[in-house]
Design a protein. Structure first.
Length: 227
């Protein structure tokens, strides 16, 4: 399984709505499909580094490339959804960068999601439903499917013990955020929670529920700071 490639770019190619490059690695030219946004970024580059997702079929295999590893990993999560293939996954990541998509999914923003090419309402609903149970390295389910239990709202960082806080830091770091950004977000939670229209479905007496709630709050804060 090819996961990463670095080599000389031989050519940029396009076929209908598909775009990509041919990259030379160890004397072999590999055809890699990219989003149009990433393909444009490679046009003035001679040596290219890509994170790869390989799709194996009976008639051969296809390579999908991403400049950012977080985007590649998010692509893999998207296409794990029933009925969502690589072309739709690439179209979604063409429309939204990784941070934007994380926020859209966390907020269950179906209207914005359907603005991506090829994503109808049913596909968007399926994405929101099926991705809610995926690992929280990108986003977490904070829905109300809690068996009718009443829970507390998201804790601030001072209420977390060290293991829980460390889990949160690791998760945010895996999303590509720098240590200073994470520290700023955690410090700001105590002061800025009231500035957000925090969904009251941020509930959970269990530690994992608290991590999930706080993770989403951190993502909202971090993305707001970028605006």
């Amino acid at each position: 399984m090819i996961s990463w490639m670095r080599g000389e770019k031989i050519d940029n190619w396009s076929q209908a709505a598909k775009h990509g490059i041919v990259i030379s690695c160890s004397g072999v030219g590999y055809e890699v499909q990219l989003s149009r946004r990433n393909e444009i970024k490679t046009q003035a580059t001679e040596v290219v580094t890509l994170w790869i997702h390989q799709v194996q079929r009976d008639d051969g295999y296809s390579l999908f490339g991403f400049i950012d590893r977080k985007e590649r990993d998010l692509f893999r999560i998207i296409i794990s959804v029933n009925g969502v293939g690589p072309q739709i996954g690439l179209a979604i990541l063409e429309k939204f960068d990784a941070d934007q998509l994380i926020t859209i999914l966390a907020n269950k923003d179906i209207d914005t999601l359907t603005s991506a090419q090829g994503v109808g309402k049913r596909t968007a609903e399926r994405l929101l439903v099926e991705l809610k149970d995926k690992p929280n390295q990108f986003f977490s389910n904070t829905g109300a499917e809690d068996g009718g239990k009443k829970h507390k709202g998201p804790p601030n960082s001072s209420q977390l013990d060290r293991p829980v806080l460390e889990d949160l830091r690791i998760t945010l770091s895996s999303l590509g955020y720098e240590k200073q950004e994470i520290d700023n977000a955690l410090d700001a939670l105590e002061l800025k929670n009231n500035a957000f229209n925090i969904d009251q479905s941020f509930k959970g007496a269990l530690v994992q529920d608290e991590i999930d709630a706080l993770l989403k709050t951190c993502l909202l804060w971090l993305n707001k700071e970028k605006c």
